[in-house]
Design a protein around this ligand. Structure first.
Ligand SMILES: [Mn+2]
Length: 429
């Protein structure tokens, strides 16, 4: 249970800042109403938008050069759920958690579900891990897993994924996310054709064992930990695999899994056109898979991506399933919980800005090739400060008007260090 910040404390904070908030909100609300927007609907859409928090983002991340202690990290799955509950209490925007197996194997699924439910948290996706060896496994993944040349290794990796689904089923999750580290470091090391065929065959085997209410997401990444090639290096490979694997298999876009300057928003549009955008991992980056705070480096790109998402959802309506939204970030110098609060805010802000885009006007400008007007329409939405709208939606979801402020005023990290210890390290990292 999140006992670090109580509901009354959030209420106290909101009472203290209601006056300030109302001035800003009413001003914005009046302006948007004058411009023809349905403000109640905007706030409602923001209230409904929920983002999953991955269990592995709650502790200190690190790089291959080292990891720095944050203190008070969650020591087990229960405490990870507590941290997500705390984030949800403050933000009203993250009612689910994603797990990584075997880092988060539930010892007692019913007790875990109960614990999560008492905090209004559900389980979103389960993620398999064949990028590192576990002590108990027979074969090594050093040279690959689902794409390995040895059938015995592939079978072991397939079995692991099936196991992950079983854990997911027990927790009432319904998404399996597969990301493979498989690839090669040197030219000639692997046969591209064979490794792709092996991967497809392995994914199909996992898919055949998937319960009917489960979907499967295939995540791509151009490099790292392999540096010459990865088997699923881009959206094209991921889409091919998803299409050949089955109806309930989709591509997953992780923002950091692109080479610099890739037009990610266009990829989003393309995948939606095929009805194959199944999931989203949010983070930000300067060069590679930096896993930095969402919106910290390229907020305009984030907005453009959301614009395509909103446009796609609007165009395809019920034919398009809403992607599974998740933050996938890592923290080396920030308090992970503060970092996640910043990421949640950035995601919802980009979403709100995208909701503001006047689609009919934009389409009209595009039809007559009015390039200047098209840009103006997008940037008008992007440059409108919608933070009061977010605060209003948060408050209506019983969250805090200003979550970071509450977090700091109540010295949450010190409390967590007091409860869990300075050297507590999140399991799995
Ligand atoms: Mn990811």
């Amino acid at each position: 249970m999140n006992t670090v910040i109580k509901r009354e404390q959030i209420q106290e904070h909101n009472n203290a800042y209601t006056k300030k908030h109302k001035v800003l909100y009413n001003q914005l609300s009046d302006r948007l109403t004058d411009e023809g927007y349905d403000v109640a609907k905007l706030v409602g859409d923001l209230q409904a938008f929920q983002i999953a928090i991955p269990s592995w983002a709650l502790g200190a991340g690190g790089t291959r050069f080292g990891r720095f202690q944050i203190g008070g990290e969650p020591r087990n799955l229960y405490e990870k759920i507590d941290d997500v509950a705390l984030l949800h209490a403050l933000s009203g925007s993250c009612n689910s958690i994603s797990l990584h197996i075997p880092w988060d194997i539930p010892d007692d699924a019913d007790a875990i579900i109960q614990h999560a439910a008492s905090n209004s948290i559900t389980f979103d996706s389960v993620n398999s891990n064949t990028f590192q060896d576990q002590k108990t496994q027979k074969h090594s993944y050093k040279f690959g897993s689902l794409a390995h040349t040895d059938k015995a290794v592939r079978d072991q990796a397939i079995e692991h994924n099936t196991q992950v689904v079983e854990y997911g089923k027990a927790l009432k999750a319904n998404v399996l996310t597969v990301w493979l580290a498989d690839g090669s470091n040197f030219p000639g090391q692997v046969n591209f054709r064979k490794s792709f065929e092996y991967t497809l065959d392995s994914l199909q085997q996992i898919y055949r064992r998937l319960p009917d209410d489960f979907i499967m997401l295939v995540e791509y990444k151009p490099y790292e930990p392999n540096f010459y090639s990865t088997v699923i290096q881009d959206w094209g490979s991921s889409l091919l695999l998803a299409m050949k694997t089955g109806e309930r298999c989709y591509s997953l876009v992780d923002l950091g899994h692109h080479l610099p300057n890739t037009n990610i928003e266009q990829i989003v549009s393309r995948l939606m056109t095929e009805g194959k955008l199944g999931g989203f991992h949010f983070n930000d980056s300067k060069y590679g898979d930096d896993d930095l705070t969402v919106g910290s480096i390229k907020p305009y790109q984030l907005f453009l991506i959301f614009h395509e998402l909103v446009e796609g959802m609007r165009y395809y309506k019920e034919n398009q399933r809403s992607p599974a939204w998740m933050i996938d970030a890592s923290h080396n110098v920030k308090d992970p919980l503060e970092d996640l609060l910043q990421s949640i805010e950035a995601i919802k802000l980009a979403y709100a800005q995208a909701l503001l885009v006047k689609h009919d006007d934009l389409e009209e400008a595009q039809e007559v090739n009015d390039v200047v007007k098209a840009q103006e329409i997008l940037q008008e939405a992007y440059r409108t400060d919608l933070r009061p709208l977010l605060a209003e939606a948060r408050m209506r979801n019983d969250g805090a008007l200003y979550p970071l402020q509450v977090y700091r005023e109540h010295n949450v990290r010190s409390t967590l260090i007091g409860n869990r210890g300075r050297t507590a390290v999140a399991t799995g990292l």
